[in-house]
Design a protein around this ligand. Structure first.
Ligand code: XLS
Ligand code: NI
Ligand code: NI
Length: 438
């Protein structure tokens, strides 16, 4: 890393909320302790290689605008290594400790599988050196099973057995390099694992195939001794009309049905939650309920645009609610907050990448501090506990402990003169939340 790719930008420092310097943190203070952990250990930020380093900022109506002087867009290992150097300089200057990649972000797609594997191996060796030099770690790796035309009808769910085999081979190699780089996890986002029309689709067969691919991955994981966490990342649509991993509940059901639940957790992405008609806190809560909250792809959607806009998260109300769910589950173990987010097409200069990440980090730092205060304060949790108090003793306790059935409950209900519940107090609780955000 002799050459500097962001020469005009120094390491981003914490300067506190009153600073006028746009290239500084106002709230993210890595070493500051919140509760039991340092901020950096609560938040475990990750840079998403595909967006930060490789996204040209094209959209369906126009060509890419991104100015990325370190990337000549050639399909060479040499260029890939230069991009990696820039990525580690960038990540280090932000004080971010993790990154995530797809195989085809870090290395080029060349003539065939062997050439692709060789290129990926060469770049992985280079990445290993950069990790050693900088201490930056791989949060998770993955294989891109959706960009190449061969995957136009899916990978694990393609109607072609040869495509399935190619996908398996690609996952095998991506797992190898993730393992080599000490990756803490490996993510399966179902790219084009879904359908465009049921008129040509055998859904049951496709789901069986997807499960077979994942079982093979579990077997291979054992074989190579990879101990990282597997994640599934739910998303309801785009690029497919319907994606099989449509939301957290659908993923959990799929994993249970195919005996995979012990081997996977979920990687929940904000914008995917909203596309599924949920909030991100809903998806996180569903995952947490199943003991399967693994990692987060931190971004935000646009309420006025109906697709995966992958914007940087700046909404404190949302980051607070994410951190509330996360803190209540005890925080991350293998996972982190991977910024699966891209700058706008209009924000095409390298400096914009810094503003975007600084904003996301500060928004989560505030969310963390606010969520911690809400939990310490205890009123919110106390209200919820009280709301269910009728199940703590008496007939409620018997229901929870499975000691009564319909006959006993009928006898109980016949003896009631008046059946009441307390107010849900939604507005009071919303006001309470705002008290902490202010
Ligand atoms: C796309 C997904 C993708 C995954 C990794 O919408 O978010 O970026 O995170 O394949
Ligand atoms: Ni994602
Ligand atoms: Ni996404």
């Amino acid at each position: 890393m002799s050459q500097e790719y962001f020469p005009h930008i120094k390491k981003i420092a914490f300067e506190g909320p009153r600073t006028k310097n746009p290239l500084a943190f106002r709230h993210y203070n890595a070493e500051e302790v919140v509760g039991q952990r340092k901020m950096k250990d609560h938040l475990r930020f990750g840079v998403a290689y595909w967006h930060a380093m490789k996204n040209s900022l094209a959209d369906p109506f126009g060509a890419g605008t991104a100015i990325r002087p370190w990337d000549d867009r050639s399909n060479s290992v040499e260029n890939a290594c230069r991009v990696a150097d820039a990525c580690f300089e960038f990540t280090g200057k932000l004080g971010i400790e993790y990154y995530c990649f797809h195989d085809r972000d870090v290395a080029p797609e060349l003539g065939g599988l062997q050439a692709n594997n060789d290129a990926l191996q060469a770049v992985a060796d280079h990445l290993g050196g950069l990790q050693k030099q900088t201490g930056i770690k791989l949060l998770w790796g993955t294989a891109c099973l959706f960009a190449h035309p061969r995957y136009n009808q899916g990978a694990g769910t393609s109607p072609s057995a040869d495509v399935f085999a190619y996908a398996a081979a690609q996952v095998k190699k991506a797992m190898d390099v993730t393992h080599q780089l000490g990756g803490l996890g490996y993510t399966f986002w179902g790219g084009r694992e879904g359908y465009a029309t049921l008129l040509n689709t055998n859904m049951k067969r496709e789901l069986d195939h997807l499960a077979a691919l994942l079982h093979m991955a579990v077997d291979y994981k054992k074989k190579i001794g990879f101990t990282g966490q597997f994640y599934i990342e739910p998303k309801p649509r785009e690029p497919s009309t319907h994606q099989y991993d449509s939301d957290a509940a659908a993923c959990l059901n799929f994993l249970r049905e195919y005996n995979l639940l012990d081997h996977f957790k979920l990687n929940i992405e904000t914008n995917h939650a909203t596309l599924a008609g949920h909030t991100v806190q809903h998806e996180l809560t569903v995952a947490a309920g199943a003991g399967a909250l693994g990692s987060i792809d931190a971004n935000a959607g646009d309420e006025l645009i109906g697709w995966d806009t992958d914007q940087f998260p700046t909404n404190i109300y949302m980051t607070t609610q994410i951190m509330l769910v996360l803190l209540k589950t005890g925080g991350f173990t293998t996972g982190g907050l991977n910024f699966d987010a891209k700058v706008r097409r209009e924000s095409f200069e390298p400096e914009d990448l810094f503003h975007a990440h600084i904003g996301g980090m500060d928004a989560f730092a505030r969310g963390l501090k606010i969520a911690h205060q809400i939990i310490e304060d205890g009123r919110m949790e106390g209200f919820v506990k009280q709301r269910y108090a009728s199940f703590d003793s008496g007939i409620g306790q018997k229901i929870e402990q499975g000691q009564v059935g319909f006959a006993e409950l009928e006898a109980h209900a016949l003896g009631l003169s008046d059946v009441q519940t307390g107010s849900g107090r939604q507005e009071m609780l919303e006001n309470l939340l705002n008290d902490f955000i202010a």
